[in-house]
Design a protein around this ligand. Sequence first.
Ligand SMILES: C[S@@+](CC[C@H](N)C(=O)[O-])C[C@H]1O[C@@H](n2cnc3c(N)ncnc32)[C@H](O)[C@@H]1O
Length: 349
Amino acid sequence: MESNNKISDCHCCQNEIKFKYNAYMLDNWNIELYEKMLYIPEDVIKGVDLKIADISSENIHILLCGAGSGRIEIPILKKIKESISKLFIDVVDINNKFIERFKEKIKSDFSQDEFIFHNVLLEEFFNQHKVENRYNLVTAFFILYLIPNWKEVVIKILKNMDEKGVFILAEEIGDFKEINITESDDKQNEYRKYYKEFWDEIKKSGFVPLYNYHSYSDLGLLGDIFEILNEGGLVELNKIESTWDNNKIKFSELLESLKGNELVISMNATHPKEIRKNIYNTFKEKWDKILDEYIPRKEGHRFWIIKMKEQPDIIADKFNKIYCSLLAESRVYNSQFIDLIKNYEVLKI
Ligand SMILES: C[S@@+](CC[C@H](N)C(=O)[O-])C[C@H]1O[C@@H](n2cnc3c(N)ncnc32)[C@H](O)[C@@H]1O
């Protein structure tokens, strides 16, 4: 599978917008630190697997989009495996280091022949692979915000789903998402203040995050569309929330990601290293004083479990129409959106 030249031109797709930068295409990730920072206890997925347990088929076809090291994906697979003997799983991820870590983690509980790993951009996966069977389950956790033409990708996912298939997405609800700064001077609050300072500075640097519009800290427009599909009875939407205390992490470890040496926190990793380094230097003196302190963090995810209630092609078509009509209603088609688009290298609509 082609893995080196990761940005390639898709000549068939005329309405693509390309990212200037996707740090996940780099090789210098410290996966161990990434997993420590973005730790999720396994039982967080308890509620999720209950909802997908009613997939009734002998052979379950699963697509894991941007599976990373499988923090959420592997516990879900383990749960499904309890009741279904044979899984067929396509794992798509652009970063081979993450794929290797994923492989290590599944060694003892799964047989290798249940998996096919695709080290390609998700945008290209459906062009390069003829999907033989429709998917019973698709997950896309914290990846779609990295894909400029995410709408096209979601439509391809929907078109390749089984008519009773389940699509699961997730968004942040913990400290990553909300900066609940209070009057208190406890450590968690102090960290939030630093975090907000850093984030304000990032915005000043001209990098406006696109993710609020389609899935990072929240699902944004993507979520709006699924809400409307749910109201119209085309899908059944259930949301499940979990929060947890994060692993104890030293402030110095958090800073590693800001410096850009270890591209750890995905939020910051979507910004070029040089920018993160400069911003880090702005705060260095102040931050250096608390390097050895442990920073408490309350993390949380909200899972969106979307069950198909109509033919997938029909849902995909409606998805497209709702997207277009929301834009036409100017819910996101405003000056901020235009500014965002200007930051992109290619705009062919
Ligand atoms: C923020 S991580 C999320 C990983 C995992 N889903 C989780 O929740 O822990 C994003 C993952 O998507 C992969 N990725 C980023 N952009 C991608 C793209 N365009 N196509 C395929 N994989 C991509 C990255 O390599 C990374 O493993």
